[in-house]
Design a binder for this molecule. Structure first.
Ligand code: PMP
Length: 426
């Protein structure tokens, strides 16, 4: 068999499921995952020396493509000064200044090591600041794997939340209300009844964990309004959308300003990083300035700051997001057109450098339920067909796709030609 197969067998001996994050195991599409050894620009190379055009981009960070020479140079320069000090460095201030410049709603920011930590800490700040326990999240949004967030709706939206994983205490889950993404009416009803008990709304301002689903007109504005009316904290989880949908994130793209923002992925340029920040009054409550505790041995790590800063500087260049958007247009427009020619119902969504495709008759996809009702069997066949053609797409129908600035027009055309061949067999 293949080297990837042998490595997967070996990996399963001591790693649960052979992977360090579940989606990598290809459970959503079946078959063995590929093991990769190298990546360059828009391409990844597996252990059997097959080359793929990559639309996963390490799940978001690689907005410049893989192995970007300027990012690697920045990390190399930091590397030779030592891997970690556990003490303040100038790089951390440069990073904080850059984030606050690019995302003006962030007046102060704290670095952490993952998106999970960022959302967990932001919720603690919101709860500590408001003195309330309840939070609102949305079905199909993902905010990492902390206890308060691994929760789904009970028998109805306004009932107590129930854990989605063993190990999450029901007594904690009950503080999480899970509502329907893009349903402003339900948000209003919930706040009419419980608003004064709600510490925060946490939302993906472009959902990227139920495939790619942008907010409908007025949804984010409604969240802003109810939070203002009830003194709740509005948290935009921009771990995925930050520096990805636009330079200033989804909040810039849609013109709605949250109280707090969580960041990750692009901000680390491929290194393990997250960040949370927001209004000064909120962030001044964080230790050591204030009483809300949060800390990290490796937080603000110099390698991670160097990779992240180099990435943020490069994406700040004029025209970067226009070009990225054009590539995504070319991809989604081309996919729709070739699917239509093959008589295959296909809908696409996009925002900045994120895209989604759905094997569905629906003209627009705005709800989680519509995503779930897509043709999953066709998705799986398409995924494997594309993989055989050398196109690496997200191995699950509930994940967004990512385009990088390294993807050329030719790469997109090659992808569309591959899709045409695969559509012919679907
Ligand atoms: N929030 C969002 C919106 C995410 O997409 C993710 C990860 N995909 C997380 C939080 C969690 O980040 P991490 O995997 O770095 O813990």
């Amino acid at each position: 068999m293949s080297r990837s197969h042998d490595l997967f067998v070996a990996a399963q001996k001591h790693i649960p499921g052979g992977v360090n994050s579940p989606v990598r195991a290809f459970k959503g599409v079946g078959g063995d995952p590929l093991f990769f050894k190298r990546a360059e620009g828009a391409y990844m190379f597996d252990e059997d020396d097959n080359k793929y055009i990559d639309y996963v981009g390490s799940w978001g960070p690689m907005i410049l493509g893989h192995n970007h020479p300027e990012v690697i140079r920045a990390v190399e320069a930091a590397l030779h000064n030592g891997l970690s000090f556990g003490a303040p460095t100038e790089l951390e201030t440069q990073m904080a200044d850059k984030v606050c410049e690019l995302v003006p709603s962030v007046e102060m920011v704290r670095m952490v090591n993952s998106g999970t930590e960022a959302t967990m800490s932001a919720l603690r700040v919101a709860r500590g600041f408001t003195g309330r326990d309840k939070i609102v999240k949305f079905e199909g949004n993902y905010h990492g794997h902390s206890d308060s967030l691994l929760v789904k709706a009970g028998s109805g939206a306004l009932t107590l939340g129930v854990p989605t994983s063993p190990g999450v205490p029901a007594s904690l889950a009950e503080h999480t209300l899970t509502l329907t993404y893009n349903d402003s009416e339900q948000v209003r009803e919930t706040f009419d009844k419980l608003g004064d008990e709600i510490a925060a709304i946490i939302v993906e301002p472009v959902a990227g964990n139920m495939n790619c689903v942008p907010p409908v007109d007025g949804f984010l504005q409604t969240l802003r309004e109810v939070c203002d009316q009830h003194g709740s904290v509005l948290i935009f989880d921009e771990v995925m959308s930050g520096f990805r949908v636009a330079l200033g994130g989804a909040q810039e793209y849609f013109g709605v300003t949250p109280d707090m923002t969580t960041l990750g992925k692009v901000i680390g340029g491929g290194m393990p990083v997250g960040a949370f920040g927001g209004k000064r009054a909120l962030m001044e409550q964080v230790a050591p300035l204030g009483p809300i505790y949060q800390a990290g041995t490796l937080a603000g790590n110099p390698m991670a700051m160097a990779a992240g800063l180099a990435t943020l500087n490069l994406i700040s260049q004029p025209g970067f997001f226009e070009q990225l958007g054009q590539r995504v247009d070319q991809l989604t427009g081309g996919l729709r057109q070739r699917a239509r020619a093959a008589n295959i119902p296909l809908t696409t969504n996009q925002a900045g450098g994120m895209f989604g495709y759905f094997f569905s008759d629906e003209e627009t996809i705005t709800r989680f339920e519509q995503v779930s009702n897509g043709d999953m069997e066709r998705f799986k066949r398409f995924f494997h067909g594309m993989l055989e053609q050398g196109i690496y797409l997200a191995p699950a129908a509930f994940e967004t796709g990512f385009v990088s600035s390294a993807h050329t027009e030719q790469d997109i055309n090659a992808t569309l030609d591959a899709a045409e061949r695969v559509f012919a067999d679907l």
